[in-house]
Each structure stands twice: as structure tokens, then as C-alpha cells.
Design a binder for this molecule. Sequence first.
Ligand SMILES: Cc1cc2nc3c(=O)[nH]c(=O)nc-3n(C[C@H](O)[C@H](O)[C@H](O)COP(=O)(O)O)c2cc1C
Length: 200
Amino acid sequence: MSRAALAQGATEIALPSPQTATTTVALIDALSRRRSTRDFSSRELPRDVLSTLLWCAFGINRPDSGGRTAPSAHNWQEIEVFVALPDGAYRYDARRHALQPVVNADLRAATGMQEFVGTAPLNLVYVSDFGKMGDASAEDRTFYAAADAGFIAQNVYLYCAAAGLACVVRGLVDRRKLAPALRLRTDQRIVLAQTVGYPK
Ligand SMILES: Cc1cc2nc3c(=O)[nH]c(=O)nc-3n(C[C@H](O)[C@H](O)[C@H](O)COP(=O)(O)O)c2cc1C
């Protein structure tokens, strides 16, 4: 994604249509290639790649019902995907297939505790909105949030394997530091993060 486009900061960034017809690696091949990688080039991801990646992660695949590419307990769809790019942090708006600006600053390094996090071009942060989980107990909210984020992370792993990208899902996150940086409410909880980029 071009820096100029992102530097606009305050306005929604519309994403191009996801390339669902042209990414045609067989599922078996993607599963064969799936792995965690911690060596990333700093090369930025083109906007069409980011678009397809986010759609695979948790986009809408059934426009009639609003169904998503990953399942969620009770269909709460409570995981919000935050997108930390060099020029800002955004929230993925699946309905509009767009990025909503959150912070006009580079929060990549703040999304993790490992060195590659600050230089890889993209870090996704999976945040559970406990406010969408009805009257579930605290224990159930924590459990379902982790499960639901896991499906999204695996979607990203498989897209990365199919598209020749590197990625690693991460639990090592300083949540107390990152939550205010992302301006989260108290009922929003950081579950996992995932770094994505081209392999070095
Ligand atoms: C819930 C979860 C949390 C993880 N946290 C981290 C992490 O913080 N940092 C990291 O480098 N890898 C992390 N990983 C990646 C694992 O280390 C990796 O999946 C494991 O070593 C197996 O390697 P593979 O993914 O290549 O099969 C995590 C994986 C999972 C499922």
C-alpha cells in the first residue's frame, strides 16, 4: 500500500475487490506450505494483496447473510482485526471492505515483543469485543475469543502459504501497552497478533 494513500490518516481507505478468482493454489498445497516464519523483508504489501489477505482473514463471503470466512461462536463475529501498517493503525471494516483509521502513527513495534515485528510491513491484531458476547460468562468469553481468533489466524496462514507470503501468529504481546495505543475500550481484549510480509 502506498505511503501517500495511508498518510491521509483520517479518512476511510477503500480496498480493491479481493482477488478470490485468481489465487488458485490447491488447499492441499497451501496446507503443505503452511509454516511460521520470523524473517521478513521490509517491502510493503501491495494494496490488492492486503485486500485479499483481509478478506481471507475475516471478510464477508456470504453477502446475503453477512457470513464471514471464519466461524465464530454464536455467530457473534466479535473479533475485530486491527491492521498496523508503517503509516498508521486501522480497523478492518468487513462490511465496507475498507480500513477505518484508528491512529495516525506507526504502531508496528508496539504490537509485539520480538524484533521483526517493528520492521515487517504488516501486523494484524485480533481484538475481541466482549460487548458482543451476550451474557456469556467471563470464562466463556475468554475461551471463545481465543478459539474465534485462532480460526482467523489460520485463514491468514493459509492465504500466506498460497500467496508466497511469510507470517507468524503471536501470543507474545504487551497487551497493557498496546490496548491504549489502539484506543481500545475496556471491554475490548487483545487476543493474538500476527505478523505478515514477504519472506527475506
Ligand atoms: C497461540 C499461539 C501463540 C504463538 N505465539 C508466538 C509468539 O508470540 N511468537 C512467535 O514467534 N511464535 C508464536 N507462535 C508460533 C509457534 O511458535 C509455531 O506455530 C510453532 O512453533 C509451530 O511452528 P509452525 O507454525 O511453523 O508449524 C504461536 C503459535 C500459537 C498457535
